[in-house]
Design a protein around this ligand. Structure first.
Ligand code: CDP
Ligand code: CDP
Length: 227
């Protein structure tokens, strides 16, 4: 099989990272969760007091971007490519609701997007990559070999994320999770730069009633068809 770049986009909690991780394992590829990068930048801004309510202090944050070390390392125990911010593994910290509630504000800042997109393109230089996010098929890799757009109902997505957070140190109510997902979906799909939308050549997969393994099987069948 030739080397591929696989782009997976979609709304929050549709199972993009789950699918990307399973696909990468199956194909021996690298998985990059691009959302984790925007979350890491948001964590940095929060920890350094650069966010007040819905206001991001761009004058303080933007000059810091070039000094930020954001990279991924494979955790052999979990099989997950985990994110590091300035030397610290922040894989769990970035999933807290405090970060979720600010990340879409950070991700719509043009300079933040170009910083993250540059890093993402570098990571894909050698192909053999599965990257998931919002704009991977439309902006980061418009020539990706395969583009998947995942979807599921808002209720199902909130239920998934709520159950996931229950297993962490930072659980939240179903209502708070549902509201956060709806707000992010709105900001992400209406922002000026690289809004979340299905690329014209993306394959739509609705996994509302599918398990992660069933979703994987559906996408592997698509890959068989193109390679
Ligand atoms: O896991 P979940 O779908 O909830 O979100 P995520 O993939 O971790 O992404 C967090 C946020 O980062 C999204 O709500 C977007 O605001 C932003 N994001 C983006 O703008 N572009 C991407 N390629 C990936 C994420
Ligand atoms: O990356 P994204 O925000 O799109 O979603 P995710 O983090 O991959 O998945 C969110 C949650 O939904 C996780 O707890 C997954 O295990 C779960 N999930 C599921 O229940 N069924 C699927 N078909 C896919 C994901």
């Amino acid at each position: 099989m030739r080397d591929l770049i696989i782009a997976i986009d979609g709304f929050s909690s549709t199972g993009k990272s789950t699918l990307a991780k399973l696909l990468a394992k199956e194909l021996g590829y690298i998985h990059i969760d691009s959302g984790a990068m925007y979350r890491a930048i948001s964590l940095y801004a929060l920890e350094n007091g650069m966010i007040d309510g819905n206001q991001v202090n761009e004058f303080e944050l933007l000059p810091q971007l070039e000094f930020m070390d954001i990279h991924f390392e494979l955790n052999p125990d979990t099989g997950k490519n985990e994110i590091f911010l300035n030397g610290e593994n922040v894989e769990e910290k970035i999933r807290a609701m405090e970060v979720s509630s600010k990340v879409s504000l950070i991700a719509k800042i043009p300079e933040v997007r170009s910083f993250a997109v540059n890093l993402q393109r570098k990571m894909g230089e050698k192909k053999r990559i599965v990257m998931d996010g919002r704009d991977i098929g439309t902006t980061v890799f418009p020539n990706a070999d395969l583009k998947i757009f995942l979807n599921a109902s808002a209720e199902e997505r909130a239920k998934r994320r709520y159950e996931e957070l229950l297993k962490t140190d930072t659980p939240a109510t179903f209502e708070a999770v549902f509201q956060n997902i709806s707000e992010r979906d709105h900001i992400d799909s209406t922002r000026e730069i690289s809004p979340l939308k299905q690329a014209e050549d993306a394959v739509l997969v609705d996994n509302g009633k599918l398990t992660p393994q069933e979703t994987l099987a559906e996408v592997l069948a698509i890959i068989k068809g193109i390679s």
